[in-house]
Unconditional design. Structure first.
Length: 284
């Protein structure tokens, strides 16, 4: 896994999500063809809530790995899955030649009862990481939360859980998105003080519409700095200006991270090739 990112030099990876419908796959492959031209160090592929659309994740990851010859990182969530379910997805990934996974607990599906949630086989992502280390030869990435996971009692406890995740077998970490770099710097410093030495990729999402910001904040729990809030207020009724300002904000975030020695950037592309291309050109 560590070979996917360059420890001493600047690296950029991208995240995409698979299509919901079969007829949308040609468009997804076209998107990936465009993203390939940007030479990302790897491309991660998300996984539906509770394990839904896992086959589509495998198909997209397989196209990235086998057709485009770019390292693929397949997301794998466990909140709604048994060990048997995980074994089945693992078999599909192995058949496709995929050996890199991002192990996540995942969000609780809306259909899941309290009883089902409380009796799940994998309580935390670290439990699945341990299981994968025992049963597969996968290279495993884990998630981290600069503003702490919403269920954690404190940032200090969240760092403790993160250290356990790394000790369980996570080889690199990819952060939840954030809009205030100082938050990331404080988090990284705390992680390093807790003997977490694996590479940490800083997750950046460009906000190009005000609606996107509302959805993003509600799902991620990320705080919104005044500077970004002012951009939304200024350009809310000017879509193209909002798009440009959002791209500029993301670019400035990345350049500041780079200046502070953060060499690994993970862009949540939202399947927008043009936006991603503009950001990549500006930061390189």
């Amino acid at each position: 896994m560590k070979e996917l990112i360059k420890k001493e030099s600047f690296s950029v990876s991208l995240e995409v999500f698979p299509p919901k419908k079969e007829e949308e796959f040609p468009g997804a492959f076209e998107l990936l063809n465009k993203l390939t031209l940007l030479n990302p160090d790897f491309i991660s592929v998300t996984y539906g809530a509770g394990g839904s659309r896992s086959k589509k994740t495998v198909d997209i990851a397989s196209y990235i790995h086998n057709t485009l010859h770019i390292p693929a990182l397949a997301h794998l969530t466990c909140v709604g899955n048994t060990k048997t379910d995980i074994d089945a997805v693992v078999a599909d990934l192995k058949a496709a030649g995929i050996k890199n996974v991002l192990a996540l607990r995942g969000d609780r599906p809306s259909y899941m009862t309290d009883e089902q949630f409380d009796s799940r086989e994998f309580e935390h992502a670290s439990d699945m990481i341990s299981y994968l280390k025992e049963t597969t030869d996968f290279h495993i990435a884990g998630a981290c939360y600069p503003e702490k996971h919403f269920e954690a009692e404190s940032i200090e406890k969240d760092i403790e859980y993160l250290a356990h995740k790394v000790n369980s077998g996570a080889e690199i970490l990819i952060s939840q998105l954030f809009f205030d770099n100082d938050v990331f710097y404080r988090f990284e410093e705390s992680a390093r003080k807790s003997s977490i030495t694996v590479p940490i990729c800083a997750g950046i999402m460009p906000i190009t519409t005000s609606k996107q910001l509302g959805t993003t904040v509600s799902l991620s729990g990320s705080s919104v700095p005044k500077k970004l809030a002012d951009i939304i207020a200024t350009y809310d009724d000017k879509p193209e200006d909002m798009r440009k300002a959002g791209i500029e904000y993301a670019v400035n975030q990345i350049l500041d991270l780079k200046a502070h020695g953060v060499n690994n950037i993970h862009i949540y592309s939202m399947n927008k090739a043009k936006t991603t291309k503009e950001i990549m050109e500006a930061i390189r």
